[in-house]
Design a protein around this ligand. Structure first.
Ligand code: AMP
Length: 187
């Protein structure tokens, strides 16, 4: 089963992705984690993207799409993909569609965790303390949120008419969101 977790930064996609990984014996495909790994390794890609990531800007589609391609064509991960943070633009959504078609896969469920700006600011400030992420200061959070509204939110039009699309109030407690996800998958 392949699933997309969609929503603004700080909506709780990562937390629910970890739940789904266990439930579905899947793989969390977090482009944020993949990109942070490249920076840690100090790879050529890492050097190219470090400034953009610290400023909360998007990494170029060319780089992200190439990294995602490797994941989608990895036979071990086939039909076990839990996307967290991808696609983040209409261009990336089209690319995902193409790659899934080519690899004879599809998206089974899309969960939109909808949260307002105030809740996100509170949550990300907490995460900054817990995880010490360099892109979690208030200015960067606001920039990331604006970028989400401008570039990522339009991706909803790509998916929200499908019967496998489910919108959930992301301000609910973690367990409540998990339970709604569970209900939608098992119905
Ligand atoms: P995340 O961990 O999902 O919050 O992502 C952290 C940062 O990684 C983002 O602010 C972007 O700089 C970069 N990033 C993650 N996923 C993508 C993506 N799909 N497209 C472009 N940049 C991304």
């Amino acid at each position: 089963m392949n699933v997309i977790l969609f929503g603004p930064p700080g909506a709780g996609k990562g937390t629910q992705a970890k739940y789904l990984v266990k439930k579905l014996d899947g793989f969390q495909i977090s482009t944020g984690d993949i990109l942070r790994d490249e920076i840690k390794k100090n790879s050529e890609i890492g050097k190219k993207i470090v400034d953009k990531m610290n400023e909360g800007k998007f990494v170029d589609d060319e780089i992200v799409n190439e990294l995602i391609k490797k994941v989608i064509f990895d036979p071990k991960k086939k039909n076990k993909l839990i996307f967290d943070g991808y696609p983040r633009s209409v261009n990336q959504a089209r690319n995902l569609d193409l790659l899934l078609n080519k690899s004879k896969q599809k998206i089974n469920f899309i969960f939109f965790l909808n949260v307002n700006k105030e809740t996100i600011i509170k949550r990300i400030e907490k995460r900054k303390i817990l995880e010490n992420r360099t892109d979690d200061d208030l200015n960067t959070i606001l920039k990331r949120y604006d970028k989400y509204m401008e570039t990522t939110r339009p991706v909803l039009d790509f998916y929200n008419k499908n019967s496998n699309f489910c919108e959930i109030d992301g301000a609910l407690k973690i367990e409540e969101i998990t339970s709604k996800i569970n209900d939608f998958i098992t119905v």
